[in-house]
Design a protein around this ligand. Structure first.
Ligand SMILES: Cc1cc2nc3c(=O)[nH]c(=O)nc-3n(C[C@H](O)[C@H](O)[C@H](O)COP(=O)(O)OP(=O)(O)OC[C@H]3O[C@@H](n4cnc5c(N)ncnc54)[C@H](O)[C@@H]3O)c2cc1C
Length: 529
């Protein structure tokens, strides 16, 4: 044990958004005994930015938008917002996202895009790519969609929708039932099945309908068609379209810039980050944790006494690290939790192939931030266009920098592929999708991110409450963040849970319930399947 440690020491596991938020809250409140142990050499966890020869990769694409004022202010204080070109700082600038709006008051928008440490306001566009065509996401049934599908497909989709409306599947048990009842079987198979099954690695008929109700934006086809008809008759489409443009904040050099800035501030305020320290054991005595042991890359073991531990490490690994081992039921639930792993293949192109969505004649760039790939014949699930997240993500703005996202499991054949084989697969699929030619490819890289998605399926997940109750019995251990809580938390929810853990420590409280209440019934999530 570290002899200098006192019983007040706080050990935080993980330097992702949650760990750094908790750390900063504690040092800002005057605590000088806060150590973050980070397994990798990187800062930011899933929200880091990978820099490949000046071309930056954001893992999954991180929009910065929150319904929480505290989170928005925290981000803006870290990286001020640069006023978008043409916007007036006098009237204030309004940010719109997923039905929520917030005013970035004039005083909040003081920085300029040319400043290095700023957030930009970026427009959001994501579409579904199917059959070589781009469809609005969420789907907007109407004339545009009908024209892209052609009359035959429209008739059969309509008939399938009518069949489902007249005879819905009851009871609605699975995610497949959920989709079919709302969209009809054909629309489901065309626009939802492939991507959803790629993400989760499980057929939709094995996922519960409750998952759909929680995650899928409700859409009434009947109402959408009525709006489309009204628009066509009244000609009000263009005005309505403009008001629907959504945007979000985004650090100039990707999400990692936010968390690297936070890490610098944490260290400047007296906090300590040990990089390359993988926590392997958490010692406990009765209902308290007493210390943490971490292994460095060279095999050296470091030991830290701990008065409090805040954990953002995956719950499955946490359960295996506890010494003595947890009660057998809790341990077996913890060890049964499942995850989805994530591969991004970054491809740098001279130009894309020309499509109907091309907005730049030289590079054939499209305007999307990301594109859902719905075709069955390819393994890629989603395509990120990093140029559109921030032009500063690309070393040469005259090139196109994309990320092909593959959803995998660390024991499957996709994950086992070599980097070279993955690059070849990505290049081949871009051609197969008619999006780019190998001859125009300039460079490639592969990033693997284990445990990107905590799985909401399987027997162990169904028993998660038992596990949670057991863990809550350890008074000075706080589970926060995404994998830390095995919850589909975005950055803001990860930060809010971390803030509550810091507050509990500062006030001497041990109530974990408010932390678990973050993100319950909050309909804003990172993406909809
Ligand atoms: C594809 C995708 C898209 C997303 N899009 C958005 C979005 O648009 N907007 C948004 O707000 N959020 C988004 N998110 C969510 C966001 O990435 C997470 O909410 C956030 O990164 C979680 O922060 P965290 O600190 O809890 O965990 P993490 O980011 O996972 O960080 C945990 C850290 O702990 C470290 N660690 C793990 N085990 C150990 C150990 N044993 N010892 C020491 N260190 C350890 C890890 O190395 C890591 O650095 C997205 C996530 C994904 C996967």
């Amino acid at each position: 044990m570290n002899p200098a440690a006192t019983n007040d020491d706080v050990v935080i596991i993980g330097a992702g958004p949650a760990g750094l938020t908790a750390g900063l809250e504690l040092v800002r409140a005057g605590r000088s005994d806060v150590t973050i142990l980070e397994a990798t050499q990187d800062i930011g966890g899933l929200s880091k930015t990978v820099n490949f020869k000046g071309n930056r990769i954001d893992i999954g694409g991180h929009r910065f938008f929150s319904k929480s004022d505290w989170v928005m202010d925290w981000w803006r204080e870290m990286l001020p917002v640069a006023l978008p070109q043409g916007a007036s700082s006098e009237t204030g600038y309004r940010l719109a996202y997923q039905g929520a709006q917030r005013l970035l008051g004039a005083c909040a928008v003081t920085a300029r895009e040319s400043d290095p440490d700023v957030m930009l306001v970026r427009n959001r566009l994501s579409r579904i790519y199917w059959g070589g065509k781009f469809f609005d996401y969420p789907l907007k049934p109407g004339l545009d969609m009908a024209a892209k599908l052609g009359p035959l497909k429209c008739v059969s989709l309509g008939a399938s929708y009518m069949r489902s409306s007249l005879a819905p599947i009851t009871p609605e048990r699975t995610l497949e039932d959920f989709f079919v009842n709302r969209f009809g079987r054909q629309l489901y198979e065309t626009f939802f099945k492939e991507y959803t099954e790629k993400v989760w690695g499980v057929p939709c008929h094995e996922i519960s309908a409750a998952w759909g109700a929680q995650r899928v934006k409700s859409l009434s086809i009947g109402t959408a068609l009525w709006h489309a008809l009204r628009k066509a008759v009244s000609g009000s489409g263009a005005a309505e379209q403009t008001s629907l443009i959504e945007n979000f904040l985004y650090p100039k050099y990707g999400p990692g810039q936010m968390w690297e800035t936070a890490a610098k501030r944490f260290e400047a305020a007296g906090g300590r980050i040990v990089r390359g320290a993988e926590v392997q054991a958490i010692e406990r005595q009765d209902n308290r944790v007493t210390g943490v042991r971490a292994r460095m890359a060279d095999g050296q073991e470091l030991a830290f006494a701990a008065g409090h531990v805040i954990s953002t490490m995956p719950v499955r690994e946490l359960m295996s690290a506890l010494r003595p081992a947890p009660a057998p039921t809790a341990l077996s639930i913890g060890q049964g939790l499942q995850y989805r792993d994530f591969i991004t293949v970054g491809l740098l192109y001279r130009k894309l192939r020309k499509t109907a969505a091309t907005i730049d004649a030289r590079t054939n760039l499209v305007a999307d931030n990301w594109i859902y790939i719905q075709d069955a014949g390819v393994k890629v699930g989603r395509l990120q266009v990093f140029n559109n997240w921030s032009p500063y993500m690309v070393a040469d703005p005259g090139t196109v920098w994309v990320g092909l996202e593959f959803f995998a499991r660390d024991d499957d054949s996709l994950w086992a592929m070599s980097d070279e084989a993955l690059k070849a697969l990505a290049l081949r699929e871009m051609r197969q999708l008619n999006l780019a030619d190998e001859a125009d490819a300039l460079d490639a890289t592969v990033i693997r991110m284990p445990k990107a998605y905590p799985g909401y399926f399987g027997r162990a997940y169904e028993q998660f409450e038992i596990l949670r109750e057991w863990l809550d019995g350890i008074h000075n251990l706080y589970l926060v963040g995404r994998n830390g809580m095995h919850r589909y938390n975005n950055q803001d929810h990860s930060m809010l849970s971390a803030r509550l853990a810091a507050q509990a420590i500062l006030s001497g409280g041990a109530d974990h319930a408010p932390i678990w209440a973050v993100n319950i019934d909050d309909e804003y999530h990172e993406e909809k399947t």
